[in-house]
Each structure stands twice: as structure tokens, then as C-alpha cells.
Design a binder for this molecule. Structure first.
Ligand code: ZN
Length: 130
């Protein structure tokens, strides 16, 4: 198991972690298998989508914001971040990517993204290659 830290800079943002994950896949020396990318956090998530046009990430965050409005949830009375918990649950804390020939078998337009939903914070990313 490998782990690295991502320092996020905004309340909400998507950080491309594809290269860091790919480096760990290479170090693992696994040729054909599966790579699990997981964040041990309740207000962050892992998503796979396009980052060639960074507007895709902005659109995803905006759509989630429309789906889950801020400031109207029970948990807001405790630490005012219920929307972040709900969005993190919708996206999920992990993604699995097939490994083929020692490389992540991503599509041309796919990137692995850490999704920060209640930043800025330090986030851990756990990568398991088997
Ligand atoms: Zn909370």
C-alpha cells in the first residue's frame, strides 16, 4: 500500500492525481491487475473524468452545487459542511482502474481526480495495486 498527501487550495476543487498514481503503479511492478485509489475522508472523493478541458471539472462542481444546495441540512448545525458530506457520498471515496502492461488502462480523455469538497485541507490518497 502506498499513500501520498495532496494539499488543496480552495473550498471546492478537483486536483489531477493521475501522474502520482501512475508512478505508484510503476513502482509496484504489477503488470496486469487492478489499482484502487481511495481517500480516507468524509468530505472528499475520487472521480475519473476529463481534465484536458478544465471546464469539465468546473461544470461537475457546479452541477453538484445545483444538486445539493448549501446551508439547509441538519449537520450544518454541527460543523456547517453537510453539503460537502452529501456530495462526497454521491461521488464515493474510491475508484478502481485496471492495470495493463504496468500502466493504468485509462481512456484518452480520462484523468484520476481528487475531489475536494470542504477545503482547503491536507488530504491523504491511498493507492493499492494488486
Ligand atoms: Zn461535517
Amino acid at each position: 500500500m502506498a499513500e501520498f498527501i495532496v494539499r488543496t487550495n480552495k473550498k471546492q476543487e478537483m486536483v489531477d492525481i493521475t501522474q502520482r498514481v501512475a508512478d505508484l503503479v510503476k513502482q509496484s511492478r504489477v503488470s496486469d491487475g487492478i489499482c484502487l485509489v481511495y481517500v480516507p475522508h468524509a468530505t472528499a472523493a475520487v472521480a475519473i473524468n476529463e481534465n484536458a478541458d478544465p471546464n469539465v471539472c468546473e461544470d461537475i462542481l457546479e452541477a453538484l452545487g445545483n444538486l445539493v444546495p448549501e446551508g439547509r441540512w441538519r449537520h450544518d448545525r454541527i460543523d456547517n459542511n453537510a453539503a460537502a458530506h452529501i456530495k462526497a457520498t454521491i461521488l464515493g471515496p474510491s475508484q478502481a482502474v485496471p492495470v495493463r502492461g504496468g500502466r493504468l488502462r485509462l481512456g484518452t480523455w480520462q484523468s484520476v481526480m481528487l475531489v475536494e469538497l470542504d477545503g482547503p485541507r491536507e488530504r491523504s490518497v491511498i493507492v493499492e495495486v494488486r
